[in-house]
Design a protein around this ligand. Sequence first.
Ligand SMILES: [Zn+2]
Length: 63
Amino acid sequence: MNFKDKEEFIICPQCGEEAFVTLRYGFNKVDCPVCEYFLIVYLDTDGKAWTRELGVLETAENQ
Ligand SMILES: [Zn+2]
């Protein structure tokens, strides 16, 4: 499998912090670096990120 980790830009909906996070294939628990907010992001084998959270991960598609 030719697959690399992917950097994604997140905006925390709770405190407004902006951060880069590194995603790996499969399910990722992404923590806000400032507050206690986290979200679950799934990265598929095509490098596409999926999440249920709206507007947190700019490039993700919502399920
Ligand atoms: Zn936050």
